[in-house]
Unconditional design. Structure first.
Length: 233
């Protein structure tokens, strides 16, 4: 079953997590460290527990680096393309006061056979919007690479794994280049997911999406960038 739009407000103090569904999309208060996660099923954590996706694991780790509350808002849905995410952001109208924004999007453009030109048009617009939502500060935005589902049992059954990987490489190359041009950090997690056939613990129970363990490795990479930028000061 596909998961619907998730707009979460999660506040973490120390290692305790409280998760509450919210009708309002207003961001946490200014004194909190505010994190916005934009994406698709790889962001909401399809087929893993509610606290196992990478954004929630990330705020739990961030709480160990600060005594402040960590606020999380997620705008993501399984199956979303770049166009879907653009539309959702317009509808949700998140605040522009986030201390961190992550953007992981594009696999459904590839999976659904969308023309690559759509990604070339939409991704820069999404990245520009991400910067705006991060107080206009490009140092507070992190692009996360698209995982490679060719290295999963589901991907293997499709029979065109080389084509899948080549196309995902093209998407990621464009995302990385765009991030470089716009002065935004780019974190490569694709290499983690390409260990999925060697290490089944990296694949969720649906044989397609990353597992809790894989997301934990994502978080390690993202935390490195956050600490390097000293965003928790």
């Amino acid at each position: 079953m596909k998961k619907y739009v998730i707009i979460l407000m999660v506040f973490v103090v120390g290692c305790k997590t409280q998760q509450t569904s919210m009708e309002s999309t207003s961001a946490p208060t200014a004194e909190d460290f505010n994190y916005l996660a934009l994406g698709d099923s790889y962001t909401i954590g399809e087929s893993v527990c509610e606290s196992c996706n990478f954004p929630i694991q990330l705020i739990e780790d961030l709480a160990e680096d600060t005594n402040a509350k960590i606020g999380l808002q997620i705008i993501a849905k399984t199956g979303w393309t770049t166009a879907d995410l653009i539309q959702a952001i317009k509808e949700e109208q998140p605040a522009s006061n986030f201390d961190l924004v992550t953007l992981l999007i594009g696999v459904n453009n590839q999976y659904q056979g969308k023309d690559f030109s759509l990604y070339q048009e939409d991704f820069p617009a999404l990245l520009a919007k991400s910067i705006q939502l991060a107080k206009g500060d490009k140092s507070r935005v992190i692009v996360v690479s698209i995982p490679d589902y060719a290295y999963t049992p589901f991907g293997q059954k499709k029979g065109n794994t080389e084509e899948i990987s080549n196309e995902i490489d093209s998407y990621n190359a464009f995302a990385k280049k765009t991030a470089e041009i716009m002065g935004v950090s780019y974190v490569n997690v694709t290499n983690i997911t390409r260990e999925g056939l060697k290490n089944s613990l990296l694949v969720a129970s649906d044989d397609l999406h990353p597992s809790k363990e894989a997301y934990s490795s994502f978080v390690t990479q993202i935390l490195f960038e956050i600490r390097k930028k000293n965003l928790l000061k």
